[in-house]
Design a protein around this ligand. Structure first.
Ligand code: ATP
Length: 294
């Protein structure tokens, strides 16, 4: 059973003056269990709309999807999912500890297990010292970490995170990436949206690129990076001196190596020159003509 199965999912909104906005256009994809999937797209691309449809917060106008085998919109489909909304807001008169207890009870955790999970989660998210303070006094970064804590407290199989790194400082971002990797290490599945390529490059197995409601590409990250090799820097020892040549294509390497060898010189290092995920993403954006405002 896949973690997610999405088939032709579409969502049309009625915008200003009854203008129709096709926020999602027949999106289809599957998410394997145990993988970390980065859902990458610029502002207004349709990431939150997709996630809200999956979580049953809005109804798709076309297509369908299932989560861990259960149809979206059902209680069953949400039971084993941790969901972080894009801009989480909480009952701010509660403390983080009280709030996590409340969430755990909603997921019907037994009391003993719940107390342990709340403690572990607060410590993991570095909220332990603040656990008795009402959340209204928390910083933005702390609120975002409470958001992640409430996602994790019932230890679900699947994590659906809408921009989990947004609003965090570099330390907070590093912590979230560490947590995502730790979840993957425990065989969990993570689907998270972002518009920052670097976030994806650090933690994802696969990346999907969404643009103006259309899924433009789904690819393994290692394939993108491997196929992104556009040339090489070749370091050569010539007599006593060092020399460097740049080869700006992937193809000519054997020929250059043979030529260097025939001159009796020695290759000391070959460094691939590669496009990174950001270049790949920008190429897709450039090659896709805008057909409507977002
Ligand atoms: N309730 C709504 N009514 C009308 N249009 C909407 C509504 N919600 C979203 N849209 C439109 O749908 C499109 C996709 O929006 P969505 O919020 O899914 O994008 P996003 O990729 O999550 O962007 P961001 O990174 O800015 O959050 C945008 O054009 C947006 O203006």
């Amino acid at each position: 059973m896949n973690a997610l199965e999405i088939t032709d999912l579409s969502k049309e909104f009625k915008g200003k003056r009854n203008q129709r906005v096709l926020a999602l256009d027949r999106l289809s994809m599957t998410l394997n269990r145990g993988e970390v999937f980065g859902f990458l797209g610029p502002n207004g691309a349709g990431k939150s709309t997709t996630i809200k449809c999956l979580m049953g917060l809005i109804r798709p106008t076309g297509g369908d999807a299932s989560i861990l085998g259960s149809k979206i919109g059902t209680v069953e489909s949400r039971r084993n999912v941790g969901y972080l909304p894009e801009n989480p807001s909480f009952y701010d008169y509660l403390t983080a500890e009280e709030y996590l207890m409340f969430v755990g009870k909603m997921f019907e955790l037994d009391n003993h297990l719940l107390l342990q999970r709340v403690e572990d989660t607060l410590k993991l998210l570095e909220l332990w010292d603040a656990r008795k303070r009402p959340m209204r006094g928390y910083s933005k970064g702390m609120i975002q970490r409470v958001g992640l804590a409430q996602v994790m407290v019932h230890d679900p199989e699947l994590y659906i995170l809408d921009e989990p790194m947004s609003g965090l400082d570099p330390i907070g971002r590093a912590l979230v990436k560490e947590i995502i990797l730790e979840l993957r290490g425990r065989g969990k599945t993570v689907f998270f949206s972002t518009h920052i390529t670097d976030d994806v490059e650090k933690v994802c197995d696969r990346v999907g690129i969404i643009l103006r409601g259309e899924l433009k590409s789904v690819e393994r990250l290692d394939t993108i990076l491997k196929e992104g090799v556009v040339g090489y820097h070749i370091h050569i020892k010539k007599g006593g001196a060092g020399n460097e040549i740049m080869l700006s294509s992937r193809d000519g390497l054997p020929k250059v190596m043979a030529e260097v060898a025939s001159c009796g010189d020695e290759i000391t290092l070959i460094e691939p020159i590669r496009k990174n995920l950001e270049d790949f993403f920008l190429d897709i954006v450039k090659n896709s003509k805008p057909d409507r405002d977002t």
